[in-house]
Design a protein around this ligand. Structure first.
Ligand SMILES: CC(C)(COP(=O)(O)OP(=O)(O)OC[C@H]1O[C@@H](n2cnc3c(N)ncnc32)[C@H](O)[C@@H]1OP(=O)(O)O)[C@@H](O)C(=O)NCCC(=O)NCCS
Length: 155
């Protein structure tokens, strides 16, 4: 059975390639911050059928990426659960993440798993695109891609 394991330093080259393939670069831009692939912790599902990355700062944990390459099989849920467990173990108060205004699937997915809408960053994706031109103008569901929606879960 496929299982979940922690990212290790040996995973960095593959993590870099994974982010480039899934997110168009080795850097993530979110709410004005830059996150490098070698600055995150994470969990891998199976042979990279799923990946979640996060950063812990003080009593906050921010999920920096989540990808399931075999959707609808529980992989995304399992990876979220692992991060919540890790955050509780580190005595974090809340776990946050941002998704984009086009990502209707992710918005449903997170809310069904207890996350609440916490903030709207209007134009944040447009700002990120200035640094990362690979961010498309039109996102999923043919929706113009402009804004970040921040979600949180208190733990
Ligand atoms: C969001 C995502 C991580 C979910 O991963 P997953 O492995 O499919 O998740 P699970 O199998 O655990 O759960 C499936 C849930 O996701 C949604 N979902 C997943 N695939 C779906 C599909 N093909 N069509 C519609 N809904 C879908 C459903 O709401 C379902 O929820 P439910 O079981 O409560 O009805 C995955 O769709 C993904 O990788 N998307 C692309 C990357 C992305 O947008 N990441 C989030 C960025 S913030």
């Amino acid at each position: 059975m496929d299982s979940v394991r922690c990212l290790t330093p040996a995973d960095l080259p593959r993590l870099r390639n994974f982010w480039i393939e899934q997110w168009g670069g080795e850097l993530m831009y979110m709410h004005g911050d830059v996150v490098r692939y070698d600055e995150v912790e994470g969990f891998v599902y199976g042979d990279w059928a799923g990946l979640i990355t996060f950063q812990m700062r003080g009593d906050e944990c921010e999920i920096t990426s989540l990808d399931s390459l075999q959707e609808g099989n529980g992989i995304g849920t399992k990876l979220i659960d692992e991060v919540l467990r890790a955050a509780r173990a580190k005595k974090c108060r809340r776990v946050t993440l941002v998704t984009t205004n086009d990502n209707l699937r992710a918005l449903g997915f997170y809310q069904k798993r207890g996350f609440r809408l916490a903030a709207l960053h209007c134009g944040a994706v447009d700002d990120s695109r200035k640094h990362k031109p690979s961010i498309p103008l039109t996102g999923q569901n043919n929706i113009p891609l402009h804004d970040e929606i921040e979600l949180e879960i208190l733990i």
